[in-house]
Design a protein around this ligand. Structure first.
Ligand SMILES: C[S@@+](CC[C@H](N)C(=O)[O-])C[C@H]1O[C@@H](n2cnc3c(N)ncnc32)[C@H](O)[C@@H]1O
Length: 205
């Protein structure tokens, strides 16, 4: 099975027009609350959102921040651009791969990613890029679903993973906590309200 950047990008391009509908139930039941909690932790003036998708975080952007948002899928970015126009959101959108960001070192006060590192082909490479563009003392906030710590559930998730990747380009068996620890941050902590599978991770450079 192909899991390179080009094929994942194409998968998101195809999904883009239906993405919000497909995710509507999980969004309402689970992610809405977590997005609010994550964006309440955002600090500083200059914020980068990676893997912006259709712009589901737009409603939570702090008014005082200057926000840049990237995604490698033109299809998802088109949905985000429409959303931006509809809601009059102040955000600079750009097409870019999180594994090779075009920003200078130490550019952003906070970097945010929600449900992104399940599909980045080389997650540690992408997380090192977030570390590089984050200012010293700045933070990276991730909202991610990860592999369960319960052996039986983990076994089922590992078994189902190839099918889920084929359908939606996302891995359900990533160890994003271990990956971010490998990316060079000074401290990494998990929000205490996180569950076994959905984690709000706060990393400080
Ligand atoms: C599951 S969607 C989540 C979208 C949005 N963050 C949200 O919370 O609804 C994953 C997004 O990450 C983007 N993405 C995945 N890998 C990427 C990469 N290597 N570089 C940039 N964007 C990427 C996809 O195109 C897609 O828009």
């Amino acid at each position: 099975m192909k899991t390179d950047s080009a094929s994942i990008q194409k998968r998101y391009d195809r999904l883009a027009p239906y993405f919000d509908v497909i995710e509507a139930m999980m969004e309402g039941l689970v992610f809405k609350t977590w997005r609010k909690r994550l964006w309440a932790k955002v600090e500083g003036e200059h914020v980068l959102e990676v893997g912006v998708g259709t712009g589901k975080n737009f409603d939570y952007y702090p008014e005082e921040a200057r926000i840049t948002a990237i995604d490698f899928s033109p299809g998802m970015l088109k949905q985000a651009a429409d959303h931006k126009q509809r809601k009059g959101i102040e955000v600079e959108l750009a097409q870019m791969d999180v594994q090779s960001l075009c920003y200078a070192d130490n550019s952003f006060d906070t970097v945010v990613a929600t449900c992104v590192f399940c599909s980045v082909p080389a997650p540690v490479k992408g997380l090192r890029e977030l570390h590089r563009v984050c200012k010293p003392g700045g933070q990276v906030l991730l909202l991610e679903h990860v592999l369960s710590s319960r052996p039986l559930i983990a076994k089922v998730m590992n078994f189902l993973n190839p099918v889920v990747v084929k359908l939606v380009g996302a891995n359900i068996n990533r160890n994003t906590l271990r990956n971010i620890k490998a990316a060079g941050f000074n401290s990494v902590r998990v929000d205490e309200q996180s569950g076994d599978i959905i984690k709000l991770i706060e990393a400080r450079k």
